[in-house]
Design a protein around this ligand. Sequence first.
Ligand SMILES: Nc1nc2c(ncn2[C@@H]2O[C@H](COP(=O)(O)OP(=O)(O)OP(=O)(O)O)[C@@H](O)[C@H]2O)c(=O)[nH]1
Ligand SMILES: [Mg+2]
Length: 304
Amino acid sequence: MNLFSKFKNNLQKTSNFLSSNILNSFQNKKVDNETLEELEAILISADISLDVVEKLINSVRNVKSNDQDVTEKVLETLAKEIEIILHPRERAILKENEKKSKILIFIGVNGSGKTTTIGKISNQISKEKKVLIAACDTFRAAAIDQLKNWTDKNHNDFYSGNINQDPASVAFQATEKFDKENYDYLIIDTAGRLSNNTNLINQLVKLKNVVSKINTESIIETILVLDGTNGSNMIKQVEIFGKALDVSSIIITKLDGTAKGGALISIANKYEIPISYVGLGEKPEDLSVFSAKNFSRSILNLEE
Ligand SMILES: Nc1nc2c(ncn2[C@@H]2O[C@H](COP(=O)(O)OP(=O)(O)OP(=O)(O)O)[C@@H](O)[C@H]2O)c(=O)[nH]1
Ligand SMILES: [Mg+2]
């Protein structure tokens, strides 16, 4: 399956919602205040933020059409505007011919998809690269097992500390091993929730500081994983994690399971943080490099 078909097939919940409602509104009508108002309501229901909706409505306002092709023209105009918003956010994490080694720190609330995404990304790293995966979610034994499972499947090396060990100290030890044994990638999994008396954000800041203090050679990426089914609630998480941790990349998962995929556009419009991948399903190959064009055309059910 090519990349566009993957986007198109797996974003159907959002695209069916948008395209069928837009078709209902515009069929045999023209662009006027009434249809624009309906369009506004549809876009808001797909969790697209008001400032973006306003931009989109303004672009559709100028659409000249006859009755037959109005829906097509409206969809094409929306796709073009959305692509303009998304395009500056495209940026890959894994690059061919990367000269420096990389440390990827995965953060995000519990259940957002960090561990699964680590498994999927490691699966996509070239087999010639030396990869170390570190289990810094030390609060649940099951979390360590889940990560170990992925690591074994992908034939990567694994580093874990003891249960309940300070996550920053596990990260410290893993980074030492990474440096000493000349790995290309260190991928750090963290917890999404801690016991009540520990602040998650402070713990992550500490972990990141420890890693960057002992390793000054590698590129350190802080990757925020967001659950796409949370829709516009994701914005709050970008706010909180972004403020404290200098997030360098966002991954939005579970976009196959939601009609609220429009929230991705709101995030791209509000924050200048790159979006590297989107999760479009459970299988390793369902983690797709983010593409502004594929996303914008797919969510409106248009062809490539
Ligand atoms: N459908 C679908 N499910 C996904 C996707 N990404 C992750 N999941 C599922 O989401 C659930 C939670 O994923 P985890 O990777 O365990 O989440 P986590 O962020 O590590 O959670 P904690 O360790 O509790 O903080 C799992 O059942 C995954 O299979 C996706 O893109 N699509
Ligand atoms: Mg996890």
